[in-house]
Write a protein that binds this ligand. Structure first.
Ligand SMILES: Cc1ncc(COP(=O)(O)O)c(C=O)c1O
Length: 413
């Protein structure tokens, strides 16, 4: 069922080997199904890693792409564009942000947020080094600044020197966070510029930040005239059942970033900030492709679908169904799995620490059942399907995951 090795070698021949790919070539998709080049269907619970929010070939996206591509695909940011303004208006009307900057990827949006944070800090006290605190196990991207912000050394190894001005604390540990903030405040040469957090950590293990921890971060930022930044790149755009994950946590950021699901698969990302910290001036930041008419027109169409109360309620309902099914799976395989965590349709199944099974092995076993899931660290299976997933597809996915788990249990015990 997999693509022959020589075919894969040809496809890899001129590529840098930055990805450990599964042995399959996908050629088309529809809804939650992907077909390989041999005509085999796979059930897709990866969705381009939480990106194809409306699934594959959704008519709204297809139509928006066709419509805008006939009108105007690209325009320099030296000129005004209606799709960009319309997307900014929609996003600011539906979030805590007052102003938007558009770019093309999550890392770029976070990079923009970090530049904005530093500029804000320099305005307050230009003599002090702006410090940004992020969480251990966080993931914020692969550029030099965002990989430094990322609280996982495995992504940083080999890329020294990293950027100055970053520290990491344990997630959900308010005492540790307060201690770091106090230490920075006591320094004659540094000041707290920002605390940057994912409301639900994705890549690092599908771990939700607690309400208490986010309130603590908010309070500390307010006390020190620092900015609270939420990275909603994976957990935002409806994924947790509300448009933004922070809405369920009762804490508003000063700045937040969105990407992945925003364009439903078309590359587009946004940095949003409240008015008081929207302090970029002409020349401070920019992007050739950022916010081009094609990407913005599609993203607006995606937002209009995802932003409806009915759609978000369905995400919560499907999330509850999936969670219940995954808990059943844990009960069915108590020697393999220890629990389920996450929110809405950003869920993780944890593998018991005391069994020598890795998430990679479960992902491979699922792949043999033609089910796509991914890992989030060595011990968590991450499940981030298209948000349009049906109850039937959920039941099908659970049956395949059960078969994969049974096969894995048979070989490991
Ligand atoms: C929370 C979070 N931030 C940032 C990024 C980086 O996004 P991109 O890969 O689009 O640069 C990711 C990607 O997985 C992410 O999950």
């Amino acid at each position: 069922m997999n693509a022959p090795q020589d075919r894969l070698a040809i496809l890899d021949a001129h590529m840098m080997t930055t990805y450990a790919r599964s042995p399959v070539v996908f050629v088309r998709g529809s809804g939650c199904t992907l077909w390989d080049d041999q005509g085999n269907p796979y059930l897709d619970l990866v969705a381009g890693i939480a990106t194809c929010s409306l699934g594959h070939a959704h008519p709204v996206i297809v139509e928006a792409l066709a419509e805008q591509s006939k009108r105007l695909i690209h325009l320099s940011n030296l000129y005004y564009s209606e799709p960009q303004a319309a997307l900014a208006a929609w996003l600011t009307a539906h979030s805590a942000g007052d102003r938007a900057f558009f770019c093309n990827s999550g890392a770029e949006a976070n990079e923009g947020a970090l530049k904005l944070v530093r500029k804000y800090s320099h305005r307050i006290d230009g003599h002090k080094t702006p410090m940004v605190i992020t969480a251990e196990q966080s993931f914020h991207g692969r550029t030099l600044a965002t990989v430094t912000a990322t609280g996982q050394t495995k992504y940083q190894q080999g890329f020294d020197p990293l950027m100055p001005g970053f520290e990491h604390v344990s997630l959900n540990d308010c005492a540790a966070l307060s201690e770091r903030v106090a230490a920075i405040a006591a320094s004659p040469s540094a000041r707290l510029a920002a605390i940057m957090l994912e409301p639900v950590q994705g890549e690092g293990g599908v771990t939700p930040a607690s309400k208490d921890f986010l309130s603590c971060a908010r309070r500390l930022c307010d006390q020190h005239d620092a900015l609270l930044v939420f990275d909603e790149i994976q957990c935002g755009m409806g994924r947790t059942g509300s448009l933004w994950a922070y809405e369920q946590l009762g804490v508003e950021p000063d700045i937040f970033t969105s990407a992945k699901g925003l364009g439903g698969g078309v590359p587009v990302a946004a940095l949003l900030a409240k008015e008081h910290c929207s302090i970029f001036g002409p020349g401070d930041h920019g992007s050739t492709f950022g916010g081009n008419p094609l990407a913005c027109h599609v993203a607006l169409a995606v937002c209009q679908v995802i932003g409806s109360a009915q759609f978000l309620t369905a995400v919560t309902e499907r999330g509850n169904e999936l969670r219940a099914g995954l808990l059943d799976l844990c009960r069915q395989f108590p020697a393999l799995y220890s629990g389920v965590r996450g929110k809405g349709l950003l869920l993780g199944v944890t593998i018991r620490d005391d069994v020598p099974v890795t998430s990679k092995e479960v992902v491979q076993a699922a792949f043999r059942e033609r089910l796509l899931v991914i890992g989030a660290g060595p011990k968590v299976i991450r499940i981030v399907p298209p948000l349009i997933i049906s109850s039937m597809d959920i039941q099908d996915a659970l049956a395949r995951l059960s078969a994969a788990s049974a096969a894995l249990s048979a070989t490991t015990t």
